[in-house]
Design a protein around this ligand. Structure first.
Ligand SMILES: Nc1ncnc2c1ncn2[C@@H]1O[C@H](COS(=O)(=O)NC(=O)[C@@H](N)CO)[C@@H](O)[C@H]1O
Length: 420
């Protein structure tokens, strides 16, 4: 969320961001509430000061005067209670609106209502040519006995899957390769909880907006996070980090869970859009400096591109439009990978800069060199997310007889095998 002072000083910029991102926040209502809230706070403070003076008067008064003071006190206490109640209500409404305030998108973001306004920045590699009719990943996996769909559905319902045999080993190889690459780039591997409390979901921005997307476990007041990003943002919530620890760089691992309510009929077959998947998540927490954030955005994007290039996959980098990036993003680039069975690119990575929008919600702060305490900047990107990336590997590297050519970088993790 934004800083109140920023909103007071730049109401039009915030309104423009609300419009560009297609949000329904009433900034005038927020500013009016902010004003009412400050006035009410002043009235409560004044009333409390008066109340404190009562005790002094009471101590000096004779019995007759004390009886008068008790009656005044009684009436006054009622007014003070009523004032405090109004302040609590307006404060709660203000806090609710503050959580909806959007990061101002960067000036290079295409302005548009949704992903249809996204712009392809570059395409890297070329889609593979086949001298046979390529199969889609579901057929390939079932033909090799590498996946169970019908049996998994009996266990877990729609969008369920089980990976079997070499496809499990391929998934491990992809994750191990990504983790080794990230460790080489000073990212610390962190295996984080997928079972999370409400606070980190609010801190990351998943709540209150996308509640219907999240599996809830009310009996324990817990939720299943849709991405390791949630626990990574929550890990240092409420702390004040020393500047010399920044930038924090984590390679977060956790199973990810999504209800996919919004995608009802899309991708119901196969491995592209499932309720439970695995992801290695890149997370950076850096100083509150726009150039520093831009540097890490470029670094995170380049790292994901390096992974796809190493795997030999053809992909495109996309500049996401204001209506696609979401309320908290300053900038978002998706990377879409080529899927032969679809004859088009599908999103496999998403790289975001959020400046201090998450840090303000999660209370992520650091003490800078001159001792000032500031909200940090956070960024995240996908390193690898499977099984969607496995589907891309299956389809792009299939042979005529349904085998899989193993990308060179993965062979060390598969006993050197070139074909599986
Ligand atoms: N329901 C799903 N099934 C399979 N893969 C998914 C699903 N949802 C997302 N993913 C994969 O996870 C990647 C990141 O998801 S994201 O919501 O776009 N972004 C994030 O979660 C950020 N934390 C960056 O990883 C997607 O690009 C996609 O490859």
């Amino acid at each position: 969320m934004l800083d109140k002072r920023f909103i007071r000083d730049n109401p039009q910029a915030v309104k423009d961001a609300v419009a560009a991102k297609g949000l329904d926040l009433d900034v005038d209502e927020l500013l009016q509430l902010d004003q009412d809230n400050r006035k009410l706070q002043f009235e409560v403070d004044t009333a409390q000061a008066t109340r404190r003076s009562f005790s002094k008067q009471f101590a000096k008064a004779d019995e007759a005067r004390r009886a008068e003071l008790r009656a005044e006190h009684e009436a006054f206490d009622g007014q003070l209670r009523e004032l405090r109640e109004r302040l609590a209500q307006s404060g709660a409404r203000l806090a609710e609106l503050m959580l909806q305030t959007p990061t101002i998108p960067w000036s290079g973001a295409p302005v548009g209502p949704d992903e249809s306004a996204n712009v392809v920045l570059r395409t890297v590699g070329t889609p593979p040519e086949f001298d046979f009719t390529p199969l889609d990943h579901t057929e390939l996996a079932e033909r090799r006995g590498w996946a169970e769909f019908a049996r998994a559905r009996r266990v877990a319902g729609e969008r369920a899957y089980a990976l079997v045999g070499d496809l499990v080993m391929l998934e491990r190889a992809v994750h191990s390769y990504a983790l080794d690459l990230l460790r080489g780039r000073e990212f610390t591997p962190v295996s984080v909880p997928a079972l999370v409390r409400e606070e980190p979901l609010v801190g990351t921005g998943m709540l209150p907006k996308a509640r219907e997307e999240i599996y809830a476990i009310p009996a324990d007041d817990l939720y299943l996070a849709g991405t390791a990003e949630v626990a990574l943002v929550g890990l240092h919530a409420g702390e004040i980090l020393d500047a010399d620890r920044l930038p924090l760089r984590y390679a977060g691992i956790a199973p990810s869970f999504r209800r996919e309510i919004g995608s009802a009929s899309r991708d119901v077959r196969g491995l592209l859009r499932v309720h439970q998947f695995e992801k290695v998540e890149m997370f950076v927490l850096c100083a509150a400096d726009e150039a520093e954030s831009a540097r890490w955005h470029a670094e995170l994007l380049a790292t994901a591109e390096r992974i796809l290039t190493d795997l030999g996959l053809c992909y495109e980098v996309v500049e996401c439009a204001t209506g696609d990036m979401g309320v908290g993003k300053f900038r978002m680039n998706d990377i879409n990978t080529w899927f032969p069975s679809l004859g088009r690119f599908r999103e496999t990575h998403s790289c975001s800069t959020l400046h201090d929008w998450q840090a303000r919600r999660a209370n992520l702060r650091y003490r800078d060199a001159d001792g000032t305490i500031r909200f940090a900047h956070t960024l995240n990107n996908t390193a690898v997310a499977t099984p969607r990336l496995l589907a891309a590997l299956l389809e792009n590297f299939q042979t005529a007889d349904g085998q899989l050519r193993v990308p060179e970088v993965l062979r060390p993790y598969l006993g050197g095998r070139e074909l599986i």
